[in-house]
Design a protein around this ligand. Structure first.
Ligand SMILES: [Zn+2]
Length: 396
């Protein structure tokens, strides 16, 4: 389903205004209200950020059946059918039938309810009722027509490029420095299978990648893996390191979830990062990693312990964010860039020839079937064989 960019922006504007005029109701305490003057949400689902997405009934301005995403609930733990819930901005909703329960009964899993079906059933109003900034830059995507996930990407991750556009940009920027068949690509991207299309695109352009990454995209291979990779660069060639966390944007434009092949229910994306954020939200004791001290090690779940320890220093920033699911990949990127810079500083001595080390860091964005994945470049440096930055290759 495609919409013109101007239509999507008009919808965005309408919703932002609606949100602005939705008075934070002063009478939140008055919960003896009858169901007649309260908007009901059916087919609802609680999102990781504490918001509820659902189809409205008795909304003062929207038609029944329109899909909205609320602001985060003040008490997400109270989200149950037949409960009244209040958002942090003071709006109240009654929760009706939860998502996946037809007519109030029946199974939650519906085999064959694939993601393309899902996309088709989503109306235009499913967009960002939660309120997003106006004046969105569409620069990175730059299309006159876009899908709901693409519109959300343009807002949440401005400057993101489709994988195809990214490959063109890499060729254009790296070609003048001799990158081509004698180059070796190293990746540090999360284990999740949704991240392989980017590696496939890189393999098509440069050959199979050396894999340094693990859960959430952290470069678990460390200095040793960088050194090994450096010894594998074809004679006279250079290497390109592509790294970063990933985040899903589903067919309804929700950030932090993704529609998965053959599954009616989506799920967290990145799951590892969401689990780490969940611990931070609950105020669980997370060992603080400073990049050098090894976190609590459980050998059958070592990487996750490491992800949590390395996200812990960003706890305050994440908890204060307007949308934690959007802030999460940005925080992960900062943690991973710091690690990558350290790895290259220490590992560059393994470079044998005079080749370059190009480093592309950013956020990988996973989308529903039928829509290209995107990548938001946040740094792109060309370094010499000692790891010193020669030039920034990042475009404006
Ligand atoms: Zn992941």
């Amino acid at each position: 389903m495609k919409f013109s960019a101007s239509t999507l922006l008009a919808i965005l504007a309408a919703f932002s205004q609606a949100e602005a005029f939705t008075t934070p109701r002063a009478t939140v305490q008055r919960i003896s209200t009858t169901s007649l003057d309260i908007t009901t949400l059916d087919e609802w689902q609680l999102l990781d950020n504490g918001s509820v997405v659902g189809s409205v009934r008795n909304h003062p301005t929207l038609a029944d059946g329109d899909i909205i995403t609320t602001s985060p609930l003040s008490r997400p733990d109270t989200a149950r059918s037949n409960n009244l819930v209040a958002t942090l901005t003071g709006s109240q909703y009654k929760l009706g039938r939860p998502m996946g329960v037809a007519g109030g009964a029946a199974p939650v899993e519906e085999p064959g309810f694939g993601r393309s079906t899902f996309v088709k059933t989503v109306g235009t109003t499913s967009l960002f009722a939660g309120g997003v900034a106006l004046g969105v830059e569409l620069g990175g995507i730059g299309k006159s027509e876009m899908t709901i996930p693409e519109a959300k990407i343009a807002v949440a991750f401005p400057g993101a490029l489709s994988n195809t556009e990214l490959m063109k940009r890499l060729e254009e920027r790296l070609g003048p420095y001799g990158y081509g068949t004698n180059s070796l690509v190293a990746t540090s991207l999360c284990c999740d299978e949704v991240n392989r299309p980017l590696e496939k695109a890189l393999a098509k352009q440069y050959d199979e990648p050396f894999v340094m990454g693990g859960l959430a995209g952290f470069p678990f291979g460390g200095v040793t893996s960088f050194g090994a990779m450096a010894h594998h660069i074809p004679d006279g060639g250079s290497c390109l390191v592509v790294y970063g966390p990933h985040v899903g944007v589903d067919s309804m434009g929700s950030v932090g979830t993704v529609n998965r092949r053959g599954r009616a229910k989506g799920g967290s994306c990145c799951g590892s990062a969401a689990a780490a954020l969940g611990k931070i939200r609950k105020g669980a004791m997370v060992p603080k990693g400073d990049g050098s001290a090894p976190p609590m090690i459980d050998s059958i779940d070592a990487q996750q312990a490491y992800v949590e320890a390395n996200l812990a220093p960003y706890a305050e920033r994440l908890l204060a964010a307007d949308d934690r699911n959007i802030e999460l990949p940005y925080a992960l990127y900062d943690a991973q860039k710091q690690m990558m810079d350290g790895i290259v500083a220490k590992g560059a001595s393994a470079m044998e020839g005079n080749g370059y080390i190009a480093m592309l860091g950013g956020i990988q964005i996973n989308t529903p079937d039928g829509i290209s994945d995107y990548f938001l470049p946040l740094s792109f440096d060309l370094r010499n064989n000692q790891g010193k930055i020669v030039k920034s290759l990042l475009w404006a």
